[in-house]
Design a protein around this ligand. Structure first.
Ligand SMILES: [Zn+2]
Length: 261
């Protein structure tokens, strides 16, 4: 199987549907008082190429699966027509924020920027949950914006957000599977995209992931797919492969620099 293609994505979805009777959006999950015994949540961080997100959303719609799409509010990801269409298909739209890295650590400016961009996105679709953009090359971590309890209250109360999905979900009994770094291994290149989970499934390749979904998935899983990585055309796959390769090399260099300081 050629991985990181839309056909591979469809195969994963079919196995998810077979193995999980409950496929939730993050807003649905965060509204539950007690997490269900078994569920799968499918998350997409739309960093670039929103057209790919639309293609994935259409496949999900065809298979009657609903998922969550976190959009950056920046020119290359922010396409109102696409966001609206994805929302109208029954998927959740969330905000993929990067205010603290954009403001280079200035919390006050970041909060202002967050408010403006959240309003912009809410003009297009309801927004109830948020996820940070990893900004791998920045020394700032966007999640730090909410570490101060006052700011976190502001997020939940003033902005009526149900939760920041890295900070407000207990992952200890949730298996987290992410395509970050264009592989299915937690140890390779995933610097910020980590959660504190006791369950860490690792797969050598897409076939390994497919077998897992088919035969023995953990009862609670959250999966992250970046739409820009999933292309049907070989040329697009090539471009996206080299982009990931370059970013991974930068992350490794940065890691090396941090560890030798
Ligand atoms: Zn991102």
């Amino acid at each position: 199987m050629k991985d990181f293609t839309l056909s591979a994505y469809e195969r994963y979805l079919k196995e998810i549907k077979r193995s999980f009777s409950l496929v939730l959006r993050f807003d649905e999950f965060l509204q539950k008082q007690v997490p269900p015994q078994s569920f799968c949540i499918i998350r997409h961080d739309v960093d670039r190429r929103p057209g790919n997100a639309l293609l994935m959303a259409e496949i999900e719609k065809r298979l009657a699966v609903r998922s969550t799409y976190y959009f950056r509010v920046k020119h290359h990801a922010f396409k109102p027509d696409i966001i609206r269409r994805i929302s109208e298909m029954g998927h959740e739209v969330g905000y993929h924020y990067e205010c603290l890295t954009d403001s280079r650590g200035d919390v006050r400016a970041a909060l202002k920027d967050f408010e403006i961009k959240l309003l912009t996105l809410r003009e297009i679709a309801p927004v109830n949950t948020i996820s940070m953009h990893g900004s791998p090359l920045s020394r700032f971590d966007n999640r730090d914006l909410w570490r101060d309890g006052k700011n976190h209250d502001l997020l939940l109360q003033k902005h009526s957000i149900l939760g920041e999905i890295y900070l407000d979900i207990d992952y200890s009994e949730i298996a987290y599977i992410s395509d970050t770094g264009r592989n299915w291994s937690r140890e390779r290149s995933n610097i910020r995209d980590r959660v504190e989970s006791g369950l860490n499934p690792d797969f050598a390749d897409g076939e390994g992931l497919l077998d897992y979904l088919k035969a023995r998935p953990h009862p609670r899983i959250i999966m992250l797919f970046h739409p820009e990585r999933w292309n049907e055309r070989a040329l697009d796959r090539g471009i996206s492969y080299f982009f990931d390769l370059a970013v991974n090399s930068c992350k490794q260099l940065r890691n090396l620099a941090l560890h030798t300081k």
